[in-house]
Write a protein that binds this ligand. Structure first.
Ligand code: AGP
Length: 369
């Protein structure tokens, strides 16, 4: 067990630290930045289907569903293809409208999730082309789909998904870029710039992991909180949902993720001096609007922990704590902003003496509905 953990106290921490390598492995053979191309035979062989699709429907559960939501923002922004993201468990029982002009993308780390598998079978029976994004090679979902891409994250043992999430987003980004280039939605120079910035991501994640001690200190301050809010906008709204899920599942602290602007439609009523609020406020995404959301929280005495772009000065003055991430394109920030939240949940769970790798009531792969 100790050898498998590679010197880390828990699989989760090991897997958090494996992300620079996992993302690099996901790029390998696919992103050829020097040649300015993305090579993915599973997309190339089915390019007509993707380019002529009416829409893409993404089906998944849990963390993989959050990756799917990031995918929605990526596909719509980069490739201008309409996307819907569905909980597999709802989709399969809703008598959904699917035609042979729809593409269904199923995302699953384990490749064994019962609801996702059932959603795939339903979509196939209605004539849709189904593409899988899985981590486990040869899994049921990998075999049941018409085509697909592996994430190549390596085995993920901790029940709380970490490197599977970032590598799922990596694959989705590669596909969105490839389709955007193929259908002319992305100008050559924009595509090239994305590839250049993508290539920097593993190194930036590695750098970011050095904030561990800082995040640990913040965790010590908030470990006894009973409720937490996570806020983000745009590409980082799904990261807020994922941050809240990570905290819930391993530390058993109640947490909710919200789009920052939705706060005033309800959750703002919860804010008082006992409420920690984690806000993603990177400098390119609706920055001024998020700053004004932060001010609203401040005026209600909420505690603000903000994830900002390095060098930020505005939020630093208002927030109780800031965590800096390296600069990148807004569309790529989920690969960075998610890291501090993984570390935070990890440290809080350890401080509360919880079973980090095998939280109560949860299984690594959910093969029952
Ligand atoms: C993630 O931290 C969770 N344990 C869980 O939500 C998981 O993502 C979900 O069960 C889906 O699993 P899959 O990716 O293997 O299909």
């Amino acid at each position: 067990d100790q050898i498998e953990k590679g010197g880390y106290e828990h699989f989760m921490l090991k897997e958090i630290h494996e992300q620079p390598k996992a993302i690099t492995d996901t790029f390998r053979g696919r992103m050829l930045a020097e040649d300015n191309i993305i090579k993915m035979s599973s997309i190339e062989l089915n390019l007509d289907k993707f380019l002529n699709a009416n829409r893409i429907i993404i089906v998944a559960c849990g963390t993989s569903w959050h990756a799917g939501l990031v995918g929605e923002y990526l596909f719509e922004d980069m490739a201008r293809i309409p996307v819907e993201v569905e909980y597999a468990s709802e989709f399969r029982y809703r008598n959904p409208i699917i035609t042979n002009k729809d593409i269904v993308i199923a995302i699953s780390q384990s490749g064994e999730t019962a609801d996702t598998l059932a959603a795939i079978k339903l979509a196939k029976s209605k004539g849709a082309f189904v593409y899988g994004i899985c981590n486990v090679v040869g899994s049921s979902i990998a075999r049941e789909t018409h085509a697909g891409a592996y994430t190549h994250a390596g085995p993920e043992i901790g029940v709380a998904s970490t490197k599977a999430f970032t590598t799922q987003i990596t694959v989705l980004t590669l596909i969105a870029l490839k389709l955007g280039k193929a259908n002319g939605s992305l100008a050559d120079h924009t595509f090239k710039n994305y590839l250049k910035k993508m290539q920097l991501i593993p190194k930036q994640v590695e750098e970011l992991l050095n904030i561990d001690e800082h995040v640990k200190q913040i965790s010590a301050v908030y470990k006894d909180a009973k409720n937490c809010l996570y806020l983000g906008r745009g590409f980082n709204f799904p990261v807020a949902l994922e941050g809240a899920l990570k905290l819930k599942e391993i530390s058993y602290i109640h947490a909710e993720g919200y789009p920052a602007a939705e706060m005033k439609h309800g959750p703002i009523a919860l804010i008082d001096e006992n409420m920690p609020i984690f806000v993603i406020a990177t400098n390119r995404g609706h920055y001024e609007k998020v700053v004004s959301n932060i001010q609203e929280i401040k005026s209600r005495a909420g505690k603000i922990i903000a994830v900002v772009t390095e060098g930020d000065t505005t939020v630093k003055e208002i927030a109780d704590h800031v965590i800096e991430i390296p600069d990148t394109e807004e569309a790529l920030t989920p690969l960075l902003t998610t890291i501090p939240f993984q570390l935070l949940s990890y440290h809080i769970a350890v401080m509360l003496n919880k079973n980090v790798d095998q939280p109560r009531n949860l299984a690594k792969s959910v093969t029952v509905e």
